[in-house]
Design a protein. Structure first.
Length: 280
């Protein structure tokens, strides 16, 4: 428990972004109050203060203002802060230095090599992860959510022209667009993303029917959780549960989500996640 007002948080986001949804799931589950600033995805004026131009961005004030970038860094740093009483948030964030790398396409990006680690001492680690395997498992599946699961979303929600249009209708409705901007974003965006999703399918070596990849991934997750645990974290969700839930949640209300619920075994776990976050 944190004293009231001891951690002031502002989340800059696109509501329909899976990485932003992951952060919201984490903050909601831990009962941390935060303000939301919805960013216009075309002009992005709301984040002009930042040289880092992606969302989510979390501004955190725990005595002094601080900017946290990258969804997994945000989650690891704040979780470390909640557990560890030894370090200031500023010191914890310094444990996640950005490293500039170049992608296969020649684009410069920032990476965080240790973003799935919680920066805890031995005693704290034992308390959170009674056995080493628990920590290894959590990190493995958090990485899986970022490196694989998230890449299945676009090819599935933009799979056909009809689904692409339905997805952009949802994005424009939930996002921050002007009237004219929203009209063009909906129709031009739907066409563009339909074709981009085909490129993504090729880049990530997906099957012709991308639903099959989604079903396989989701069932792989359910199998990893197993029949004898409510969540991967046991009786309560861990950071892997929150990451997977956050990613899948952005498809709610779309055809891909309904298909996933019918054709996989995810429903009981997903329902438990919804209930436990709502309660928190």
């Amino acid at each position: 428990q944190l004293p009231a007002g001891s951690l002031q948080l502002t989340l800059y986001q696109y509501k329909t972004c899976p990485f932003c949804s992951k952060v919201r799931a984490f903050l909601d589950y831990h009962g941390l109050p935060y303000e939301i600033v919805e960013v216009n995805p075309i002009m992005r004026k709301e984040i002009k203060f930042s040289s880092y131009r992606k969302v989510p961005i979390l501004l955190a004030n725990a005595g002094s203002p601080l900017q946290l970038n990258d969804s997994s860094v945000i989650i690891s740093a704040i979780k470390t802060y909640l557990i560890s009483k030894r370090n200031s948030l500023e010191e914890i964030v310094s444990f996640y230095p950005p490293m500039k790398t170049v992608t296969e396409q020649g684009k410069e990006v920032f990476e965080y090599g240790n973003k799935y680690w919680l920066m805890l001492d031995e005693k704290e680690t034992k308390r959170v992860y009674p056995v080493k395997e628990v920590r290894v498992e959590e990190m493995k599946w958090r990485k899986w959510a970022d490196d694989w699961l998230v890449h299945l979303i676009s090819p599935n929600v933009y799979r056909t022209p009809r689904e692409a249009l339905a997805s952009f209708d949802y994005i424009v409705r939930e996002g921050k667009f002007g009237t004219v901007e929203g009209f063009f974003a909906k129709y031009m965006g739907a066409v563009a993303m339909f074709f981009i999703s085909k490129r993504l399918k090729k880049r990530h070596h997906l099957q012709d029917n991308v639903r099959e990849d989604l079903y396989e991934a989701v069932n792989e997750w359910v199998k990893a959780v197993g029949k004898h645990r409510l969540f991967m974290g046991g009786n309560q969700p861990n950071l892997a549960d929150l990451a997977v839930y956050g990613v899948l949640r952005v498809m709610e209300g779309l055809e891909a989500f309904d298909d996933m619920m019918v054709h996989t075994k995810i429903h009981p776990w997903y329902q438990r996640m919804e209930e436990v976050i709502q309660k928190a």
